[in-house]
Design a binder for this molecule. Sequence first.
Ligand code: ADP
Length: 247
Amino acid sequence: MIAFDGVVKKFGDHVVLRELDLTVAPGEFVTLIGPSGSGKTTILRLLMTLERVDGGRIYVDGECLTHTEKGVADEKHLRKMRKRIGMVFQQFNLFPNMNVLQNVTEAPIRALGLSKGEAEARAVDLLDMVGLSDKTKAHPSQLSGGQQQRVAIARALAMRPEVLLLDEVTSALDPELVAGVLRVLKEIASTTDITFLCVTHEMQFARDVSDRVMMFDQGQIVEQAPPEKLFTDPDHERTRSFLHAVL
Ligand code: ADP
């Protein structure tokens, strides 16, 4: 579902990703772990087309994201591909002037051309799934961080993405609100065929929900394995020292 083929990403002289190869299978839940600055978020931002590659190619479900037969992908191609990918950010990024229902219906109406009625029906189902059916008329400022993040999850799902990217989705939350958000994500991962690529510091969550965990350092995959292997019996000293520091 996702393939990075020799992807290079630089910021000025700083090479963040050096010919990175990475694949995620359809329906798989893959978590990226590793020290700050190792390039994890850059991978998500490239997929979300918030950044452009400096080399190599990225494919989504066999279709090239970064290039067309005419060369480097133009804005029209990127816009089309972007509809297939959802992202939930650390900062929830809800529209502050819209209520919860409007936050969830905005993109399906605008970008997918759904009628207001269709979009609202979809939103009501999703808000029910994230446990917020009683908050449809509330504004983001009236919600806790955990509730706002659950709206952001519903908003991403309303686009029916094939791929959902999760970037440190619990980092900005008070500790007592983390579990509710993770529970919702676990439920979605186990009941849909969405492919997940997740960056998190929540090692217990990574362990619970991932099919595969990739340990990153300096833009390279140090090792990758199912969580039961990677967290208990890693092959590399770099993984051991990282886990020792965070667990
Ligand atoms: P991680 O998510 O693993 O913490 P990032 O992907 O955010 O790492 O960052 C990888 C490296 O790229 C870091 O050294 C960071 O400073 C650098 N970087 C990320 N975004 C930018 C940017 N827009 N401009 C310059 N450097 C950046």
